[in-house]
Ligand binder design. Sequence first.
Ligand code: PPS
Length: 371
Amino acid sequence: MSLAKGNSIHRDFALDGCRIVIQQIVWNSIHLICLPVALHKSVQNMLEFNEVNGELGEILLKKFTNQFRIGYVKSRGYVLPEYYRKFGQRVEELEVRDDDLWVVSFPKTGTTWTQEMAWVINQDFDFEGAKVPLPERFPFLDHTPLFDYTDILPNLPELQLPLFVSDSVTYINEMKSPRYIKTHLPWELLPKQIREGTKKPKIIYVARNAKDTCVSYYHHCKILEGYSGSFDNYCKLFLGGSLCFAPFWPHVLNFWKRRDEPNILFLKYEDLKKDLPAVIRKTAAFLGKDLNEEQVDLLAEHLSFARMKSNPAVNYEAAIEINRRFNLTTADGHFMRSGQVGNYKEVMGPELIAEFDRWTQENLAKSELTF
Ligand code: PPS
């Protein structure tokens, strides 16, 4: 080997050595920069939970706990059943699909109505398929944590829970596309793929005026969720943002501000009441479906309050019957109750109405949203 050749080998070694050292420095720097970012992101995506304290926390514990609900927690500012501690992270990590269709709402704002409308339109008027119970074809993502049957089931072997009740996340994971998903979760608690925009399913959000929502939610909580307190205390919980999925206005306004995003449609219960065919047309356009007037009329008839009240696939009578049969709740009533705008006038006095109105004005002052 010549000297010159030997030198060039040494030089090559030296160069290689430098390259490795530089690579190492770059690699370490990338780690130093990216690791905290990655850690920060994963911490951001971890749900944290706080207690619901104070007078409202007391009312919840005394009047709104039962065999299937031991208590409440707050996560990202929203109240949820205690069971959400075990469940929430699975929602956070849920694999969303771009061809999912989501209906998102605060409870009792016209969710079922909107679900049925969206499903029939998107399924090209498959009225035969619409005979399948709605919770099966359009499952409720956050159903499972609302009803914790862990302590009940050993004593009630006859109580057979379908998967969409016992484990709604697994049910939804196993569904064929296109999936239809209902949730009452606020924007802040939707799966991170939606919040971060890596998946963009179509989302229909439906809102309703606070007073009718509160009255409807009160009846719902008595007949289906075991609330045993007074209406007055219920209103305190509603106004104080201490019911499941509350506070109410941030829930609504966080979708209102996103209403112009192409994958989001914002509807109001009051508009469905005022002009259902117009909302059907708007929803069809959002879903990319052409409807003729005959179809619009047919669907408006299918979605009328009278028809939905007598339709076992959507009226939740079966769920209420199960509650009665197994003594899970005791109050009587129907899911399809009044179906009216302004029904609150029958139960709220002038002072309470004034309080709700003030609260509404304060919260909507900076938005163009009206009810
Ligand atoms: S839930 O449990 O949160 O999913 O309830 P949700 O479906 O959002 O709301 C139930 C209320 O919507 C009324 N509803 C209707 N009103 C008019 N027309 C039709 N077709 C219709 N379908 C459901 C239902 O009666 C509940 O409102 P209230 O005021 O209690 O009657």
